[in-house]
Design a binder for this molecule. Sequence first.
Ligand code: ADP
Length: 304
Amino acid sequence: TSGRAEARTLAGPPAAAELLARAAALAATLPVTPSIAFIRVGDDPASESYVRGKAKKAVELGLHSHVYALPDDTTQADLHALIGTLNADNGVHGVLLQLPLPAHLNADAALACLDPRKDVDGLHPVSAGLLWQGQPGLRPCTPAGVMALLDHYRLPVAGQHAVIVGRSALVGRPLAGLLLNADATVTVAHRATPDLGTVTRRADLLIVAAGHAHLITPDMVRPGATVIDVGINRVPTEGGKARLTGDVHPDVAGVAGALTPVPGGVGPMTVAQLMMNTVQAAQNQTAQVQATQNQTGQNQVGQP
Ligand code: ADP
């Protein structure tokens, strides 16, 4: 591949800034300030730092944000009770349950308790079903953020062969639905896929979310393909610190047409999409309140 130009770098921050500006513009049209509640259980440092980052971004955007940090010995019933309270609170438009939960808690059961209208992480079974039916709904933040990144860089999706590596409920599966809805031809590869390179080399658009550092090497990529690296792996450095690296080997830049960096690629899109989801949830809920008020004839300004 010597002499080939390096892949175009698909930097996350400008695309995230565009998405945040769209979220702020939509928020400005609403009669309420969108509000998000974060629930975090235990003291996992990564979860703590993710929630801190998301809450900070919400405040920067002018949204209301509240963090519920629950102790490690929280019971399933305690967790469901808090979710129930937030579901019933009309002042809260979005509820985000930060995963992973401590091992004694059942995340699927907790997610299923959420009011789907407040499911800003898009992980409730109703949200997943709406996505697969191609109906409007709240979409998981990382896959939707990938779509927003492709859109920002005007990369084609319709008619493209998209290959996704990874089938998690968080990334791979919902991304397959989003790409199908956007008229791509979609292949999903995973741990049990034999000869991964044969599959990935067919991709016009290769999206990797396997949680496996440098899984994708240059020989696995079709020259000129667009490669989106969703992986965030912590690898130890000689200094004893951790460095972040993706699922895609850096040498892929010599083969791909376009490539997202790690860090600074998909990462910022996830947080920006969460803000957009929160604003959209607030919009849907206020539209519903107004529809109800109009039906019952309450609070209609200018009506005798
Ligand atoms: P994430 O949350 O980033 O989606 P998960 O650990 O939940 O990551 O899921 C990893 C996904 O990647 C799984 O669907 C798994 O099958 C896939 N995967 C992991 N390792 C490989 C591999 N070596 N080849 C292909 N797919 C893999």
